[in-house]
Design a protein around this ligand. Structure first.
Ligand SMILES: Cc1cc2nc3c(=O)[nH]c(=O)nc-3n(C[C@H](O)[C@H](O)[C@H](O)COP(=O)(O)O)c2cc1C
Length: 270
């Protein structure tokens, strides 16, 4: 066969394509485990950040994150409908992928438009909650995964609540596509610092927590329920407000929080 014949050129091109495909495919497979591991570590780090167990900008090694997480955090998979721990025969917490479940029609449910405050259309049936434990094993905080639409994107984050189940301890977003300097100010430590101490429920158990447009007046009777909006980013601010309210409500973690309140009351009475 001539070196510059059409057959020869096609053969070399085909071989080159096959070799390149094999290299790309094997690299992707090889990196997939590492990517999953990094994702898992990032989730842990964000749970710890929301719970204020590590600080923004703090350099923490992978080993320390793993150690702190296993010492302090108890991860529980719950059935959002009942608010009870999920039956491991129905769903295995070790292999459960909450993010994938959220869009899988078999593992999620449609949200009625009237209650879809986070504008996510469907939500997973099972969700992880993270219990932050004291040295004596009592629950000090709850960290709940939250997500919903801002202006351009879906924001994914965690909300930490004190053991009373109504006082905010922290909020963090680990993924979104809002505009830098505007909606992306949800990541600004100064804005996040407004959240701790805010109250979610009033004495009737109604959700009152809200991000308002503008600044909260210190004289307002609702100051404990309100968070300043981000200026120039009213749409993202409203999105955060609504998604938080959705996840704390009856279609989100409401049933779980109800059980949690009852358990806390029983412990206080005992
Ligand atoms: C390029 C561009 C990017 C924007 N990004 C955001 C954003 O990420 N979040 C947001 O709420 N508003 C964003 N806005 C502004 C909104 O269009 C809207 O004007 C704003 O949310 C109103 O907020 P304000 O009432 O506080 O001014 C953006 C505007 C422009 C022109």
């Amino acid at each position: 066969m001539k070196r510059d014949s059409t057959t020869q050129i096609l053969l070399v091109a085909t071989l080159l394509c096959v070799v390149c495909s094999v290299i790309v495919a094997s690299t992707t497979v090889g990196l997939r485990r590492r990517q999953l591991e990094n994702k898992r570590l990032d989730q842990k780090k964000n749970v710890l950040l929301a719970a204020d167990l590590i600080q923004e900008g703090e350099v923490v090694s992978q080993k320390s994150i793993d150690e702190l997480f296993s010492q302090k955090i108890q991860r529980v998979l719950i059935d959002l409908k009942t608010g009870q721990k999920a039956d491991p025969d129905t769903v295995d917490p070790e292999t459960y992928d909450q993010r994938a479940a959220a869009t899988d029609p078999n593992q999620s449910k449609l949200i009625k438009p009237a209650v879809d405050l986070g504008r996510i259309k469907r939500r997973e049936k099972f969700a992880f909650v993270y219990k932050v434990l004291d040295s004596d094993g009592t629950v000090d905080q709850l960290v709940l995964p939250i997500y919903g639409k801002g202006l351009w994107s879906t924001l994914y984050g965690f909300l930490a609540l004190a053991r009373d189940g109504t006082t905010v301890r922290g909020i963090t977003f680990y993924e979104h596509g809002e505009t830098a300097g505007l909606g992306a100010e949800v990541d600004n430590p100064k804005w996040k610092a407004i959240w701790p101490g805010k109250q979610i429920f009033d004495e009737n158990g109604d959700i009152r927590l809200k991000v308002i447009k503008g600044s909260v007046s210190p004289a307002s009777p609702n100051v404990k329920f309100q968070v300043d909006g981000i200026s120039g980013a009213t749409i993202t601010s409203k999105g955060v407000s609504q998604l938080v309210r959705y996840w704390l409500g009856p279609d989100g973690f409401g049933p779980f929080l109800k059980h949690f309140h009852q358990q806390q009351d029983q412990q206080t009475d005992a």
